[in-house]
Design a binder for this molecule. Sequence first.
Ligand code: ATP
Ligand code: MG
Length: 283
Amino acid sequence: MKRGSSLIVEDVRKSFGHGADEHRVIDGLSLRVDPGEFVCIVGPSGAGKTTLLRCLSGLTRPTSGTIRYGDQPLTRPLADIAVVFQDYRGSLMPWLRVRDNVAFPLEGMGVKRAERRKRADECLAAVGLPDVGDKYPWQLSGGMQQRVAIARGLAYEAPVLLMDEPFGSVDAQSRFDLEDLTLSLRRKLGITVIVVTHDIDEAVYLGDRVIVLGGRPTTVIDNLTIDLGTERDQIDTRADPRFADLRTRVLTQIRNPHPSPPHRTAKKPASTPRGPESVVSRP
Ligand SMILES: Nc1ncnc2c1ncn2[C@@H]1O[C@H](COP(=O)(O)OP(=O)(O)OP(=O)(O)O)[C@@H](O)[C@H]1O
Ligand SMILES: [Mg+2]
Protein backbone atom coordinates (compact mmCIF):
# COMPACT_ATOMS: atom_id res chain seq x y z
CA MET A 1 0.00 0.00 0.00
CA LYS A 2 1.30 3.40 -1.06
CA ARG A 3 1.97 5.82 1.81
CA GLY A 4 -0.35 8.81 1.67
CA SER A 5 0.19 12.48 2.42
CA SER A 6 -1.10 14.71 5.19
CA LEU A 7 -4.53 16.29 4.91
CA ILE A 8 -4.26 19.92 5.94
CA VAL A 9 -7.32 22.10 6.46
CA GLU A 10 -6.70 25.80 6.96
CA ASP A 11 -9.30 28.32 8.06
CA VAL A 12 -12.13 26.70 6.12
CA ARG A 13 -15.54 28.27 5.88
CA LYS A 14 -18.53 26.61 4.24
CA SER A 15 -21.86 28.29 3.60
CA PHE A 16 -24.95 27.17 1.73
CA GLY A 17 -27.24 29.65 -0.03
CA HIS A 18 -26.50 33.27 -0.83
CA GLY A 19 -27.29 36.75 0.42
CA ALA A 20 -30.08 36.84 2.98
CA ASP A 21 -30.45 33.05 2.61
CA GLU A 22 -26.80 32.31 3.41
CA HIS A 23 -26.40 29.60 6.03
CA ARG A 24 -22.86 29.44 7.34
CA VAL A 25 -22.29 25.89 8.59
CA ILE A 26 -18.52 25.87 9.16
CA ASP A 27 -16.26 28.79 10.05
CA GLY A 28 -12.56 29.14 10.81
CA LEU A 29 -11.97 25.40 10.88
CA SER A 30 -8.38 24.17 10.77
CA LEU A 31 -7.02 20.67 11.32
CA ARG A 32 -4.29 18.36 10.14
CA VAL A 33 -4.24 14.58 9.80
CA ASP A 34 -0.90 12.89 9.13
CA PRO A 35 -0.26 9.64 7.24
CA GLY A 36 -1.18 6.53 9.24
CA GLU A 37 -3.22 8.38 11.86
CA PHE A 38 -6.68 7.20 12.95
CA VAL A 39 -8.70 10.32 13.67
CA CYS A 40 -12.33 10.47 14.79
CA ILE A 41 -14.43 13.56 14.30
CA VAL A 42 -17.39 13.99 16.66
CA GLY A 43 -20.05 16.64 16.99
CA PRO A 44 -23.80 17.08 17.31
CA SER A 45 -26.21 16.27 14.48
CA GLY A 46 -26.25 19.10 11.96
CA ALA A 47 -22.82 20.39 13.06
CA GLY A 48 -21.45 19.90 9.55
CA LYS A 49 -19.54 16.60 9.95
CA THR A 50 -20.72 15.22 6.60
CA THR A 51 -20.10 18.60 4.98
CA LEU A 52 -16.52 18.58 6.32
CA LEU A 53 -15.95 15.00 5.16
CA ARG A 54 -17.24 15.85 1.68
CA CYS A 55 -14.77 18.75 1.60
CA LEU A 56 -11.96 16.37 2.70
CA SER A 57 -12.93 13.96 -0.09
CA GLY A 58 -12.77 16.70 -2.75
CA LEU A 59 -16.48 16.22 -3.58
CA THR A 60 -17.39 19.66 -2.19
CA ARG A 61 -15.35 22.86 -2.26
CA PRO A 62 -15.16 25.07 0.82
CA THR A 63 -16.55 28.59 0.44
CA SER A 64 -13.17 29.92 1.58
CA GLY A 65 -9.96 28.64 3.15
CA THR A 66 -7.80 25.83 1.80
CA ILE A 67 -7.59 22.06 1.98
CA ARG A 68 -4.36 20.43 0.85
CA TYR A 69 -3.34 16.83 0.37
CA GLY A 70 0.40 17.08 0.95
CA ASP A 71 1.38 20.09 -1.12
CA GLN A 72 -1.45 19.60 -3.61
CA PRO A 73 -4.61 21.76 -3.27
CA LEU A 74 -7.60 19.42 -2.89
CA THR A 75 -10.07 20.65 -5.47
CA ARG A 76 -11.52 17.35 -6.79
CA PRO A 77 -11.77 13.69 -5.71
CA LEU A 78 -8.38 11.94 -5.76
CA ALA A 79 -7.59 8.24 -6.29
CA ASP A 80 -5.65 8.43 -3.00
CA ILE A 81 -8.78 9.20 -0.95
CA ALA A 82 -11.60 6.64 -0.63
CA VAL A 83 -14.93 7.38 1.03
CA VAL A 84 -17.49 5.17 2.78
CA PHE A 85 -20.71 7.18 2.86
CA GLN A 86 -23.13 7.68 5.72
CA ASP A 87 -25.91 5.43 4.40
CA TYR A 88 -24.77 2.20 2.76
CA ARG A 89 -28.36 1.48 1.65
CA GLY A 90 -28.16 4.47 -0.65
CA SER A 91 -24.68 3.69 -1.90
CA LEU A 92 -24.85 -0.03 -2.85
CA MET A 93 -26.49 -0.71 -6.20
CA PRO A 94 -29.22 -3.35 -5.77
CA TRP A 95 -29.05 -4.50 -9.41
CA LEU A 96 -25.35 -5.35 -9.17
CA ARG A 97 -23.93 -8.42 -7.49
CA VAL A 98 -21.84 -7.75 -4.39
CA ARG A 99 -18.56 -8.37 -6.24
CA ASP A 100 -19.55 -5.91 -8.97
CA ASN A 101 -20.56 -3.33 -6.38
CA VAL A 102 -17.10 -3.57 -4.80
CA ALA A 103 -15.36 -3.52 -8.19
CA PHE A 104 -17.52 -0.73 -9.66
CA PRO A 105 -15.25 2.26 -8.87
CA LEU A 106 -12.25 0.41 -10.34
CA GLU A 107 -13.82 0.36 -13.79
CA GLY A 108 -13.67 4.16 -13.96
CA MET A 109 -10.01 3.95 -12.90
CA GLY A 110 -9.19 1.83 -15.96
CA VAL A 111 -8.47 -1.41 -14.01
CA LYS A 112 -8.89 -4.51 -16.24
CA ARG A 113 -11.84 -6.87 -15.62
CA ALA A 114 -9.85 -9.82 -14.24
CA GLU A 115 -7.90 -7.56 -11.87
CA ARG A 116 -11.14 -5.84 -10.75
CA ARG A 117 -12.65 -9.20 -9.88
CA LYS A 118 -9.53 -10.34 -8.03
CA ARG A 119 -9.27 -7.13 -6.03
CA ALA A 120 -12.99 -7.19 -5.16
CA ASP A 121 -12.70 -10.78 -3.88
CA GLU A 122 -9.62 -9.90 -1.82
CA CYS A 123 -11.38 -6.93 -0.25
CA LEU A 124 -14.49 -8.98 0.52
CA ALA A 125 -12.26 -11.57 2.21
CA ALA A 126 -10.53 -8.76 4.18
CA VAL A 127 -13.89 -7.70 5.66
CA GLY A 128 -14.80 -11.30 6.53
CA LEU A 129 -17.16 -11.96 3.59
CA PRO A 130 -15.25 -14.35 1.32
CA ASP A 131 -18.36 -16.16 0.02
CA VAL A 132 -20.90 -13.49 -0.89
CA GLY A 133 -19.50 -12.07 -4.16
CA ASP A 134 -22.24 -13.69 -6.28
CA LYS A 135 -25.11 -12.50 -4.09
CA TYR A 136 -27.04 -9.25 -4.40
CA PRO A 137 -26.78 -6.65 -1.60
CA TRP A 138 -30.43 -7.11 -0.61
CA GLN A 139 -29.74 -10.78 0.15
CA LEU A 140 -27.38 -9.72 2.95
CA SER A 141 -28.02 -8.43 6.49
CA GLY A 142 -27.48 -4.73 7.29
CA GLY A 143 -24.13 -5.46 8.99
CA MET A 144 -22.97 -7.50 5.98
CA GLN A 145 -24.00 -4.73 3.58
CA GLN A 146 -22.01 -2.28 5.64
CA ARG A 147 -18.97 -4.59 5.33
CA VAL A 148 -19.50 -4.58 1.56
CA ALA A 149 -19.47 -0.76 1.59
CA ILE A 150 -16.17 -0.86 3.54
CA ALA A 151 -14.77 -3.46 1.09
CA ARG A 152 -15.61 -1.09 -1.74
CA GLY A 153 -13.71 1.68 0.05
CA LEU A 154 -10.72 -0.66 0.41
CA ALA A 155 -10.83 -1.71 -3.27
CA TYR A 156 -9.46 1.67 -4.30
CA GLU A 157 -6.26 0.71 -2.44
CA ALA A 158 -6.23 4.31 -1.34
CA PRO A 159 -3.87 5.30 1.47
CA VAL A 160 -6.60 7.51 2.99
CA LEU A 161 -10.02 6.15 3.97
CA LEU A 162 -12.79 8.56 5.00
CA MET A 163 -15.84 7.05 6.70
CA ASP A 164 -19.07 8.90 7.55
CA GLU A 165 -21.01 7.29 10.42
CA PRO A 166 -19.90 3.93 9.03
CA PHE A 167 -21.54 1.77 11.68
CA GLY A 168 -24.59 3.91 12.37
CA SER A 169 -27.25 1.56 11.11
CA VAL A 170 -26.11 -1.83 12.42
CA ASP A 171 -26.85 -3.66 15.66
CA ALA A 172 -24.54 -3.30 18.68
CA GLN A 173 -22.67 -6.61 18.21
CA SER A 174 -22.03 -5.97 14.49
CA ARG A 175 -20.93 -2.49 15.39
CA PHE A 176 -18.26 -3.77 17.79
CA ASP A 177 -17.11 -6.28 15.14
CA LEU A 178 -16.91 -3.57 12.47
CA GLU A 179 -15.00 -1.24 14.82
CA ASP A 180 -12.43 -3.98 15.44
CA LEU A 181 -12.32 -4.84 11.75
CA THR A 182 -11.52 -1.20 10.92
CA LEU A 183 -8.79 -1.08 13.58
CA SER A 184 -7.20 -4.28 12.26
CA LEU A 185 -7.38 -3.10 8.61
CA ARG A 186 -5.67 0.10 9.61
CA ARG A 187 -2.93 -1.84 11.47
CA LYS A 188 -2.47 -4.27 8.56
CA LEU A 189 -2.54 -1.71 5.73
CA GLY A 190 -1.00 1.30 7.50
CA ILE A 191 -3.64 3.58 6.00
CA THR A 192 -4.89 6.92 7.32
CA VAL A 193 -8.45 6.58 8.59
CA ILE A 194 -10.82 9.45 9.39
CA VAL A 195 -14.14 8.38 10.92
CA VAL A 196 -17.00 10.78 11.49
CA THR A 197 -19.31 9.61 14.25
CA HIS A 198 -21.71 11.09 16.78
CA ASP A 199 -20.92 8.23 19.18
CA ILE A 200 -18.37 9.49 21.70
CA ASP A 201 -17.45 6.06 23.06
CA GLU A 202 -16.82 4.80 19.55
CA ALA A 203 -14.61 7.82 18.79
CA VAL A 204 -12.48 7.28 21.92
CA TYR A 205 -12.32 3.52 21.32
CA LEU A 206 -11.13 3.88 17.72
CA GLY A 207 -9.08 7.04 17.53
CA ASP A 208 -5.47 8.04 18.06
CA ARG A 209 -7.08 11.45 18.20
CA VAL A 210 -10.59 12.80 18.61
CA ILE A 211 -11.46 16.13 17.05
CA VAL A 212 -14.55 17.68 18.64
CA LEU A 213 -16.65 20.00 16.49
CA GLY A 214 -19.09 22.49 17.95
CA GLY A 215 -20.27 26.07 18.08
CA ARG A 216 -22.43 28.00 15.62
CA PRO A 217 -21.10 28.09 13.00
CA THR A 218 -19.07 24.96 13.59
CA THR A 219 -15.37 24.98 14.36
CA VAL A 220 -12.87 22.73 16.16
CA ILE A 221 -13.49 23.03 19.89
CA ASP A 222 -11.12 20.29 21.04
CA ASN A 223 -8.38 18.10 19.63
CA LEU A 224 -7.67 15.31 22.03
CA THR A 225 -4.86 12.75 21.93
CA ILE A 226 -6.15 9.30 22.89
CA ASP A 227 -3.20 7.73 24.69
CA LEU A 228 -4.69 4.24 25.04
CA GLY A 229 -2.09 2.48 22.85
CA THR A 230 -2.65 0.84 19.47
CA GLU A 231 -4.11 -2.44 20.78
CA ARG A 232 -7.73 -1.86 21.74
CA ASP A 233 -10.11 -4.38 23.23
CA GLN A 234 -13.87 -3.96 23.46
CA ILE A 235 -13.96 -5.08 27.10
CA ASP A 236 -10.58 -4.07 28.57
CA THR A 237 -10.20 -0.71 26.80
CA ARG A 238 -13.73 0.38 27.64
CA ALA A 239 -13.16 -0.64 31.30
CA ASP A 240 -9.91 1.38 31.53
CA PRO A 241 -10.32 4.42 33.84
CA ARG A 242 -8.45 6.52 31.24
CA PHE A 243 -11.19 5.62 28.73
CA ALA A 244 -13.81 6.98 31.15
CA ASP A 245 -11.77 10.18 31.67
CA LEU A 246 -11.41 10.73 27.93
CA ARG A 247 -15.07 10.16 27.11
CA THR A 248 -16.10 12.49 29.95
CA ARG A 249 -13.77 15.13 28.55
CA VAL A 250 -15.23 14.81 25.05
CA LEU A 251 -18.82 14.76 26.32
CA THR A 252 -18.20 17.85 28.45
CA GLN A 253 -16.70 19.70 25.50
CA ILE A 254 -19.69 18.87 23.31
CA ARG A 255 -22.26 19.81 25.89
CA ASN A 256 -20.49 22.89 27.19
CA PRO A 257 -18.05 23.92 24.48
CA HIS A 258 -14.96 26.02 25.21
CA PRO A 259 -12.64 26.60 22.27
CA SER A 260 -9.28 25.14 23.15
CA PRO A 261 -5.77 25.08 21.68
CA PRO A 262 -4.90 22.06 19.54
CA HIS A 263 -3.50 18.80 20.92
CA ARG A 264 -4.19 18.74 24.61
CA THR A 265 -4.39 15.45 26.46
CA ALA A 266 -7.22 14.51 28.79
CA LYS A 267 -7.92 16.24 32.08
CA LYS A 268 -10.80 15.60 34.43
CA PRO A 269 -13.62 18.01 33.51
CA ALA A 270 -14.63 20.56 36.13
CA SER A 271 -17.90 21.78 34.66
CA THR A 272 -21.40 20.39 34.61
CA PRO A 273 -22.41 18.84 31.28
CA ARG A 274 -25.24 20.70 29.54
CA GLY A 275 -26.42 21.07 25.96
CA PRO A 276 -27.45 19.18 22.82
CA GLU A 277 -29.00 15.78 23.40
CA SER A 278 -28.34 14.62 19.86
CA VAL A 279 -24.89 13.35 20.80
CA VAL A 280 -25.01 9.86 22.25
CA SER A 281 -22.65 8.26 24.68
CA ARG A 282 -23.09 4.55 25.16
CA PRO A 283 -22.80 3.28 28.73
N1 ATP B 1 -26.32 20.65 0.00
C1 ATP B 1 -26.79 21.37 1.03
N2 ATP B 1 -27.57 22.45 0.81
C2 ATP B 1 -28.01 23.22 1.82
N3 ATP B 1 -27.75 22.96 3.13
C3 ATP B 1 -26.99 21.88 3.40
C4 ATP B 1 -26.47 21.03 2.37
N4 ATP B 1 -25.73 20.04 2.95
C5 ATP B 1 -25.80 20.27 4.27
N5 ATP B 1 -26.54 21.37 4.55
C6 ATP B 1 -26.81 21.92 5.89
O1 ATP B 1 -25.59 21.99 6.59
C7 ATP B 1 -25.77 21.64 7.96
C8 ATP B 1 -24.80 20.53 8.31
O2 ATP B 1 -25.19 19.33 7.62
P1 ATP B 1 -24.35 18.00 7.73
O3 ATP B 1 -25.07 16.96 6.96
O4 ATP B 1 -22.94 18.29 7.33
O5 ATP B 1 -24.39 17.71 9.30
P2 ATP B 1 -23.89 16.44 10.12
O6 ATP B 1 -23.05 16.97 11.25
O7 ATP B 1 -23.27 15.46 9.21
O8 ATP B 1 -25.25 15.88 10.72
P3 ATP B 1 -25.67 14.34 11.07
O9 ATP B 1 -24.96 14.00 12.36
O10 ATP B 1 -27.15 14.44 11.28
O11 ATP B 1 -25.28 13.47 9.92
C9 ATP B 1 -27.23 21.28 8.13
O12 ATP B 1 -27.90 22.41 8.64
C10 ATP B 1 -27.69 20.99 6.71
O13 ATP B 1 -29.05 21.33 6.56
MG1 MG C 1 -23.76 13.51 8.64
